[in-house]
Design a protein around this ligand. Structure first.
Ligand SMILES: *Cc1c(COP(=O)(O)O)cnc(C)c1O
Length: 357
């Protein structure tokens, strides 16, 4: 779809994603750095992101589910492609046919994969309590290494619960539990840190880091200056501009009322684009670096901004909703969520325009 046929456009800087990956590689001397491209590349397009990282030399990738792996396999033909969600029992042949690397998280998955053998990653739960071998299953495996016979154990991994909170004792606790678990299992390379974990210090380095968010410009060290380059710019087109008198209201449920004669610009981006309704009255857009407040409710296809004092804003003007003036992390605060959800909410209705790496 041509960008001029839509009410908004998502600009994605693949060069910035590659630059962020290189920056993370420089921070991780102990081993390679994977690209996590689950959630359709955190909402930015797993295919283009994976292809750009592959061209830059990245040879390890992770997705969440089998379908996501199948969608990008041909773009990264000889890279390791790990499926974090694990092995869907009964789908072993599909994983093998596409040379996928399941992240095995239970004795049942280990058993099923061991029948045919092949490359796999073993996931140990050190505190998340979602996926990975729990303490009971780990104890069994520690006693019975033969359960891993036939499996080419590429990595043993675990996942941090609170890596973005550097002072949380959970980080050191998980590190100790992971070390202890690995010590009782057959020797294999380890995979430990996510984006924020890579900023916790050398102790959190491993044979393979697994950042996602930081690649896409999300700040891995909240509260400190963001070391990552911004990746996305969401532009919304002004569809209409009107003057309203004092006392007039704007939008559904009349939640905003003009206290002075006001100029209202209506932009063609709404919650169907992933510009969340929770942002109603809580954020702004930027025009030439100047903020214009969001007023009234965000509706499905439209958002209204108070552009009083900005005569240059006319139908056809583009306002910046996300970019360097207002990052996904900033908007996340206004919406009561995190930058991950802001990015993954961005909908396919928005044309994606890629700046090549
Ligand atoms: C999502 C995910 C990652 C990447 O985490 P970020 O915080 O985005 O860097 C790494 N490992 C696992 C198991 C994940 O689910």
């Amino acid at each position: 779809m041509p960008a001029d046929a839509a009410g908004g456009v998502l600009h994605i800087d693949l060069g910035a994603i590659v630059a962020n990956w290189r920056l993370l590689c420089a921070r991780h001397p102990s081993g390679p750095v994977a690209g996590v491209v689950k959630g359709d590349g955190y909402g930015l397009g797993a295919g283009p992101v994976a292809a750009a990282l592959y061209a830059a030399g990245c040879r390890h990738f992770f997705v969440a589910v089998l379908d996501e792996a199948l969608a990008i396999r041909d773009l990264i033909p000889d890279a390791m492609l790990g499926v974090l969600g694990g092995l869907i029992l009964g789908s072993e042949a599909t994983y093998r046919a596409h040379r996928l690397t399941p992240v095995l998280g239970s004795l049942a998955e280990i058993h099923a994969w061991g029948q045919g053998g092949g490359a796999a990653i073993l996931h140990i739960d050190t505190g998340m309590a979602r996926l990975g071998l729990d303490a009971r299953e780990l104890a069994v495996l520690q006693q019975e290494h033969t359960r891993l016979a036939g499996i080419d154990l590429r990595f043993i991994m675990t996942h941090l619960v609170s890596a973005e909170a550097a002072d949380d004792p959970m980080n050191q606790h998980q590190r100790a539990r992971f070390d202890a678990a690995c010590a009782t299992l057959p020797a294999a390379p380890r995979s430990f840190a996510n984006s924020s974990g890579m900023f916790l210090g050398a102790d959190f380095g491993s044979d393979l880091a697994r950042p996602g968010a930081a690649l896409y410009g999300i700040n891995p060290i909240p509260g400190q200056p963001n070391p990552m380059r911004p990746v996305v710019r969401l532009m919304g087109r002004v569809l209409a501009v009107r003057e309203i008198p004092v006392g007039a209201t704007v939008g559904y449920n009349a939640t905003w009322r003009a206290t002075r004669p006001s100029r209202i610009a209506t932009v063609g981006v709404g919650y169907a684009d992933g510009w969340q309704r929770a942002l109603s009255g809580r954020t702004q857009a930027f025009f030439d670096g100047a903020p214009v407040p969001l007023v009234g409710r965000v509706s499905m296809d439209l958002t209204t901004f108070d552009v009083t004092g900005h005569p240059a804003i006319v139908p056809g003007t583009w306002l910046e909703l996300l970019g360097s003036s207002q990052t996904p992390d900033d908007v996340a605060v206004a919406a009561g969520t995190n930058g991950y959800e802001v990015l993954t909410s961005l909908a396919l209705r928005l044309p994606r325009v890629y700046q090549a790496a």
